[in-house]
Design a binder for this molecule. Structure first.
Ligand code: NAI
Length: 299
């Protein structure tokens, strides 16, 4: 799988997963914008060192890269980063929305500002960066975008109400951008990684962390931004394991005169997961209900 002639922007690529993605894509021929604000895990501070170091690593290995210290939360910073890449290399094929911060606390103890900041970096950061490359990708009739979700968003995790909400919001952003991008061959996917990085180094035992190399996640990421990528997929990746996570719909029931008592009485049937499916879009759920209503009327 090669990326010669392709240009990729990876946000938060000064360390951890983003760095592993950048090195792998550069190794396979892509030109890289290595973006990182260079702050601490909770989002405070700023430094261009982290991004510069990764650019040096790529250049030392014979690749092409430029650093960007843009904050993904700043429309002006992000536009300047996109313009710089476009001016230098003429196109942008790949965007990996990877930048992130943590402000973990139980919801009871969480300040609303900690909620807002986490939403701002993960969700608004990804929306701002995606918007900044969207028109160009449409003009090119080519684009690959990845959002970084998390099992904490998909399934919940104690102490991560803010992070989980932001990470699940990215699945929603992915779903619609994949639908809107399809006609211009813009494929949009999510990755739900698990890896040993500064984000997880204090959360897990050393023997587990030793099995969680970022490079194992990079294998999945590289496929998601390749020419043959799928679209509208959420790929879980870590330690060599790969799964897809899906938002499914049960077959459910239909009743033309529903009451709360009926919903209660038939709840086990409503929630029965046998033959559940993934609708092609939001309208698909409603079409299913109407199909049941029509079948009921015809019966
Ligand atoms: P990391 O902390 O090493 O990487 C995140 C990077 O984002 C940092 O280098 C940071 O400086 C940068 N960043 C933060 N705010 C920024 C901003 N406003 N603008 C630009 N850059 C900014 O942690 P890691 O683990 O590599 O995380 C990468 C992504 O993967 C994050 O979105 C994280 O939420 C997600 N993730 C990681 C998991 C793991 O097991 N490590 C699990 C699930 C999701």
């Amino acid at each position: 799988m090669r990326f010669d002639g392709k240009v990729a922007i990876i946000t938060g690529a000064g360390g951890g997963l983003g760095r592993a993605y950048a090195l792998e894509l550069a190794h396979r021929g892509a030109k890289l914008v290595v973006n990182d604000l260079g702050g601490s895990l909770d989002g405070s501070g700023r430094s261009s060192e982290a991004a510069d170091r990764v650019v040096d690593e790529i250049r030392a290995a014979g690749g092409e890269a430029m650093a960007s210290g843009a904050s993904v939360t700043s429309v002006a910073d992000v536009q300047a980063m996109v313009d710089a890449a476009r001016n230098r290399w003429g196109r942008i094929d790949i965007l990996v929305n990877n930048a992130g911060v943590l402000r973990d606390k139980s919801f009871a103890k969480m300040e609303i500002e900690d909620f807002r900041l986490v939403m701002d970096v993960h969700l608004m950061g990804a929306a701002i960066c995606s918007k900044a490359v969207w028109d160009l990708m449409r003009e090119q009739n080519y684009g690959r975008i990845v959002m970084t979700t998390s099992s904490s968003g998909l399934y919940g995790n104690f102490g991560q109400a803010n992070y989980g909400a932001a990470k699940m919001a990215l699945v929603g952003l992915m779903q619609t951008l994949a639908i809107e991008g399809a006609k211009n061959d813009i494929r949009v996917n999510c990755i739900a990684p698990v890896a040993a990085t500064r984000m997880t180094e204090n959360l897990m035992a050393e023997e587990i962390l030793a099995r969680l190399q970022p490079e194992a996640v990079a294998a999945g990421l590289v496929y998601l931004v390749s020419e043959g990528a799928p679209t509208r997929t959420t790929l879980c990746a870590g330690a060599g394991g790969f799964e897809t996570a899906n938002i499914t719909l049960t077959k459910g029931i239909y009743d033309e005169a529903p009451t709360p008592e009926l919903v209660a009485a038939r709840f086990a049937e409503i929630a029965d997961r046998t033959d559940e499916a993934v609708p092609e879009n939001g309208g698909g759920q409603l079409r299913g209900v109407f199909a049941k209503a029509m079948a009921g009327a015809a019966a």
